[in-house]
Design a protein around this ligand. Sequence first.
Ligand code: SF4
Length: 884
Amino acid sequence: MAEQHTTTTKTTCPYCGVGCGVLATPLQNGTVQIEGDETHPANLGRLCSKGSALGETVDLGNRLLHPKVHGKRVSWDEAIVSVARGFSDIIAKHGPESVAFYVSGQVLTEDYYTANKLMKGFIGGANIDTNSRLCMSSAVAAYKRAFGSDTVPCSYEDIELADLVILAGSNLAWCHPVIFQRLRQAKEDRPEMKIVVIDPRKTSTCDIADLHLSVKPGTDATLFNGLLHYLKKEDYLDLEFLEAHTEGFAAAMTAAKTSAGSIPQVAAVTELQEQDIVKFYQLFASTEKVVTVYSQGINQSTSGTDKCNSIINCHLATGRIGKPGMGPFSFTGQPNAMGGREVGGLSNQLAAHMEITNPEHHDRVSRFWKADNLATENGAKAIDMFNEVASGKIKAIWIMATNPVVSLPDADKVKAALEKCELVVVSECEQFTDTTELADILLPAAAWGEKDGMVTNSERRISHQRAFLPLPGEARPDWWIITQVARKMGFEAAFPFEKPADVFREHAQLSAFENDGERDFNIGGLADISDEDYDNLVPVQWPVMANTEMGTARLFTDKRFFTPSGKARMISVEPKLPFNLTTEAYPLVLNTGRIRDQWHTMTRTGRAVRLNAHIPEPMVQIHPLDAATFELVDGALAEVSSQWGEMIVRVVVTDEQRPGSIFVPIHWSSQYASMARVDALVASVYDPVSGQPESKHTPVTIRAYQPVWHGFILSRHPITVKDANYWVKVRGAQFWRYEIAGQQSLDDPAKWAQQHLGEEGEWLDFTDAKAGRYRAGQIKRNRLEGVVFIAPSHDLPARSWLSQLFSLNSLSDAERYSLLVGQPSQGQKDAGQIVCSCFGVGQNTLNEAIQSGHVNSVDEIGQKLKAGTNCGSCVPELKKLLAH
Ligand code: SF4
């Protein structure tokens, strides 16, 4: 029977910085139907695999639904009093620098604004920082150095209008998939468009590249300095623009010439082929419409700010900014990283793009907020904040919507710091995370679909993230929680907010307050927005003044910048090596990043069965030459270690990885794996200008991890794995999957299996004690309840055909027999590793269709198997299979 629909709500995806519009329709069966919003300018109806699966992430399993103090459920009143009193007492004894807020690019602008106002305006310290520090703070610092303001000049439309798109340090296909789809479409429409990918790894983004530069990790500034020098030498500069609208050109050119004055010099540093460098430089030089998109691969470096400026320099030198199809375009990783920048969510910003240490700004914000205790000095940036927690300088910390025990570099040190911190408050949607486990006070926050407010995407577009579900339990929006604490701390008058629109209006009014055009961020056109207009606000790009109500697609069209002189600054960039270089003991470079179907620490995406199918286990990608050197086998386990920590992951041998460098995803926490927090290995060194850590370059070593036994359990119910040194937990359809391995032999595998799944039911099992093999199936009322497979090596039966047995109400004799022999019965098919998560199409199915000649193109795969026809995120992988 068809589902009856209730109301459809226009909202915004909570994942990446693309900021796609989503249509959400709660259904009567408790699920939510998700579609792309065709009217949203960011995605025009498209969604990627993560966005498409949003409806599968709204269940209440593992939700934190009630406030807790020291593990005991309390009322909201008690919780608010505990937080307010705890912070007030510590501030009274040790001053405002003894407390901190660590917030997130996941919270909404209204939440961010309220938190920032409380800390900087009324507590009087500036120890508020955000996980966006890890994502784009180098880009912010570089824009401010170059333009005098944190201004992203471009729109997504510029990427489609460009004739050359450079993707530097960006795996767009996996990290900003809908923009990748738009770019792919633009190239299909105009094949003469050129795309250059600069990335040590050959990622899925290279699928549409005309040129891939597998640059040596950390050498991007030399490549762009070389380009700047080439542009001058070959006479491609826009001298008129340089003369009239920039300063610092001569010094920047000298630095470029010194570090990258010839193609051989650039080739020696970057380890690129000279002809490839020349090809790139010629493309840039001879193409007027150029957009350079850059992301974490550039930003996450101890010289990330310089790298960003080396890119901006090339655009300024050619006057390619402020015009359609041109500009240096930093992409934000998170849904509201940009909103955080607007309100001053970083510890070295004030609010509305003003500076704490600028006396004029300080005075203005003090008067606007009627705050006589406004912070006078910048606070601690993320890494230093947790160092100060470790040293005891910071005695109370309030963590909102982020999981620093997993995501911050040197994560074990972060964990130890929180363990001994006097007061740890955590506002969260989830009950159990690596960070909530260390909380003294837990505050249940509203999740996506329940909360209401604004987010700003990478192109400065403010979109409404609307609620369409009731608040479950006692969950509350973050702005409300912060407001209650602020009032209880004695700041009632400054926190009169009753709804998000109240906060937003104040935020918009501050942006326009005494702003005669000297500050870029101005949304004064929304300052008096009615509640109704706030509810109905259509996505709009800032600045939004009374005379630009439709927003502003492009900045610097008038060639005026926000520096005192009105000119943009060219910055002299002296390329620097990464802080920690490889050594004999740690000979490989660890690069960390995202995978296609997971988001951050998996608290949301880990719930969606189809998102777990693409890459179910934490893994390390390594080049075949390195795999041979370190005696690693594809599919086996490896231990990766650095000076700071270690982890165990599955080995993926691939020539898409650069020799000498390995890649590990950032997503796995201790909730999903025994030992796979990659940030435990990452050094907490950071860019001195931006404070952004060097998450792309940690020296590590790797060795085969050789347990005595390997195995897996599929269970209809979640279990706790015992006696295993390695485990990974994966949510599947109607079952949980556990990949396991142990270093101590299992004396009695049958008993061990029953300890995990329970003794009840009918057990079919097979033991070959000599060979170390054990197989078992647990059946109740002829329905499969669990399977256990143990073997001496990782060579175990495929999980996909076994998984399918959980969907059956009754097992046939052949299926029972297949359990015993560990092989699919006739008629059963093993789909293999899932490639298309939307339709669950596996690699074996695809290979079979390709090899039989039934499909010869992505379109034909779509027609026959549907793969690639929904979100399109798997298209690069389909092309790879066809090519193989
Ligand atoms: S590209 Fe995907 S993850 Fe990013 S906002 Fe759009 S749907 Fe969400």
